[in-house]
Design a protein around this ligand. Structure first.
Ligand code: ADP
Ligand code: TRP
Length: 331
């Protein structure tokens, strides 16, 4: 059976990008594959060194996963730092990663630009830890958004290097996965680039947010000064709002706004109002479920405890296989 792994860093709440980029596809895969979904708290330490500040986010993330349909009877749900085999395999794989390729990673370069005061080695080896998250269960499918494509390519490089060096086929090559469709890139509300937790307070719409806050954020979304002539090209900020509509609105609604744009009669206020309404309609049922699960602390705890046991078992098998292949043996 195919094995699937994916995860999210608990550095903020789950937003529409996380949902449409990763969680939605993962929920579909849990019906057909052996699936592991985790909260990447070690990864979060690369940017958020005080883990105590992450604990509420971890609970919210877990509650949100359940609200989105991750089923703990079908999938193994766990917290990364509960599985000691992960840092152990990470140590081993650090010897297989080359400085040059790590320095060339776009996410590393991004982070270097963004957090000058804390360019730590964990940021540099972030792709190694991510590769290990995947290969620790010898997974082949990784439902993630477009932004993670390069990390998956690096994972395949590490896997191939290991297999080649030790003349084995122990690790299969994992692939970013979206049911034969292009990987998703959900845009943010600030007119440039992707929706993300670290892209500024008004960029992302979180599933847990109340309707008023969503409405306010969407109404503030960046647009442009409007089309000047018929069929003029759509600027990035407006294309981003259309893209969001594609995810949450009826196709007719989107087409009407596109037509209005093409014939210069579009009113961005109406576009945003409609988009806000459709996002709220989409998130409403999720929000009440998140609130429900947040109150069930014992349930959340027992889910991650059970998940850790299952993940530990799978990770233990992989790690002992690796040690044997490398030739690391107890006396
Ligand atoms: P963020 O980028 O907000 O910090 P994470 O890095 O924790 O979120 O991402 C977790 C998952 O969500 C990854 O699979 C990532 O590809 C996906 N994801 C995050 N933002 C987007 C986006 N804007 N579009 C598509 N997928 C996304
Ligand atoms: N790096 C991913 C992100 O920032 C999160 C992540 C960590 C992940 N380990 C993973 C995603 C393993 C998929 C599989 O989006």
């Amino acid at each position: 059976m195919e094995r699937v792994v994916s995860g999210v860093r608990p550095t903020g709440n789950i937003h529409l990008g996380n949902y449409f980029g990763a969680i939605k596809n993962f929920v579909a895969l849990q019906e057909q594959c052996e699936t592991f979904f985790f909260i990447a708290d070690y990864h979060a330490l690369t940017t958020h060194p005080n883990a105590s500040e992450l604990q509420d986010r971890i609970k919210e993330t877990l509650a949100t996963y359940l609200a989105c349909g991750l089923n703990p009877d079908k999938t193994t749900l766990y917290i990364q730092s509960h599985i000691p085999e992960i840092p152990e395999l990470y140590l081993i794989f650090n010897m297989l990663a080359h400085l040059g390729e790590l320095e060339r990673s776009t996410t590393f370069k991004d982070k270097v630009a963004k957090q000058q005061s804390n360019i730590n080695a964990g940021l540099l080896t972030y792709p190694v830890l991510m590769a290990v998250d995947i290969i620790i269960h010898r997974a082949t499918k990784v439902p993630v958004g477009k932004d993670q494509e390069q990390h998956l390519e690096m994972t395949r490089n590490f896997v191939n290097r290991f297999n080649h060096l030790y003349e084995t086929d122990f690790f299969p090559e994992p692939e970013a996965f979206n049911f034969n469709q292009a990987l998703v890139k959900v845009p943010g509300l600030d007119g440039k680039g992707k929706m993300g937790k670290s892209e500024g307070a008004n960029n992302a719409v979180y599933l847990i947010e109340d309707p008023k806050a969503i409405q306010k954020k969407v109404m503030r979304a960046v647009t442009d000064s409007g089309p000047k002539e018929k069929n003029s090209p759509v600027s990035e900020p407006v294309a981003n709002l259309f893209k969001l509509m594609e995810l949450v609105s009826e196709p007719d609604v989107l087409n009407n706004f596109k037509e209005d744009y093409a014939n210069c009669s579009i009113r961005y206020g109406d576009l945003k109002k409609q988009l806000a309404q459709d996002i709220i309609k989409f998130t409403d049922p999720l929000r009440s479920k998140i609130q429900y699960y947040l109150k069930e602390e014992d349930l959340l705890r027992s889910i991650v405890q059970k998940g850790a046991e299952k993940a530990h078992e799978s990770a233990g098998e992989t790690l002992s296989g690796v040690k044997k292949i490398i030739g690391l043996k107890a006396l």
